[in-house]
Design a protein around this ligand. Sequence first.
Ligand code: SF4
Length: 470
Amino acid sequence: MTYVVGGGCCSDASCVAVCPVNCIHPSPGEPDFGQTDGVFIDPQVCIDCGACAEACPVDAISPLDQLAADDHRIAANATFYTDNPDRRSDGGLASWGPPSFDAWTAAALPMKVAIVGAGPAGLYAARELLLRSTAEINLLDKLPHVGGLARYGVAPDHPDTRQIVGVLERVARHPRIHLRLGVEFGRDVDHAQLADSHDAVVYALGAPESRLTGMPGEDEAGSCSASDFVAWYNGHPRIDTCPVDLRGPRAVVVGNGNVAIDIARLLLSDPERLARAELGPAVRHALTAGEIREVVLLGRRGPDVAAYSESEFREIVGLPGVTTVVADAPGVGKAIEAGTGRAGLLTGVRREAVDLSADPLPGRRLVLRFGAAPQRWHDGTLDVSDGQPIRAGMLISAIGFHSPPVPGLPYSDGRIPQADGRVVGMTNTYVTGWLRRGSSGGLGHNRLCAEETVTALLSDASSRIALPVV
Ligand code: SF4
């Protein structure tokens, strides 16, 4: 029997490190790592040891016999290896290369490191430092809890993925971590103060703000950013969310990434499904009593380049009581028939002409509309580039996130200029996570990012030590 990586894989790749027969790919260092929907297990090579399932922080791996025979995840794991036969291991015991002691001198140094941001990026960096040095770590965050995006960004109906919060909290409880919660960088402390009192400062502030479309009316009533909407349903303690109005009957979500899908899925879930989600009472009541019965996902480009993952897509089209249709438009049918990229997922989904300027039909419905850019929001109407307006009670922009500038640090194009995690033009100053690489990749990608940043930090610390002459 084989194990299978299912939906919700966070690409943390802890499983890759423990597999004794090297049958989990893409692995860190392979060119498509981070480009696929997580990692896959080769069913022909897996020896059923279960080590990967133990290591997975989000419980995304299960034995084959715990899945239904037609579960698409079984085929997805196998297909990866038929499409990429070069990844198939020979089933012999994996070799892990020689141990590296590149930063060994820093490991025993009495270092003090400040990490700004106690979300996944900051906590993965803290874990790396704990594992590879004796550093004492001051971990700062403006929020009253650690976890950042893992706590306040993961959808409340994905409890498995939310388990990563527990993993990160364990890091934060380590005796060499000194938590400074409720401390806001830029208001309560600045870079000069941190640099003066620490050997190194690591910035891990994430990308907390939504990208906006910039169209006229985006700040008018009924329009909300994805970061505000997600903050609302996840009970974020510090963000003043936009007024959420679920009177319906239609909402339009601009974007077709996983956050857009999360929002659409929650809006279309029936009360029974919402009852199982980890929601606060007020949000649960609002969603249950809300009147939205149709959600339009508006993609500016074609279905082949839709940004949602396969598992997120399959979950939403499988919602009980929800019909999914693709709005017919020039080029859309051809792209679906060609089946390239994400368009292949739409084979078999009904395609029809839809009139989104009229009230929606009875019943709950997801409408996927491609190749149409939002142009103006006014009086409950979204003007769209293809000339067919959408009437909606609520507009949510979910086209990605960005990091605002960090006082005292260089800034370019929504991130901190850096090399291997070292902030350009500064000494003993490092960056990790979305603030370093932009808002791409899931929670687990922060692990590798932190590894690189901490390697640079320890290597710099080592080079500052004058070795005794013997
Ligand atoms: Fe590798 Fe064991 Fe997981 Fe199979 S069950 S993928 S052999 S770690």
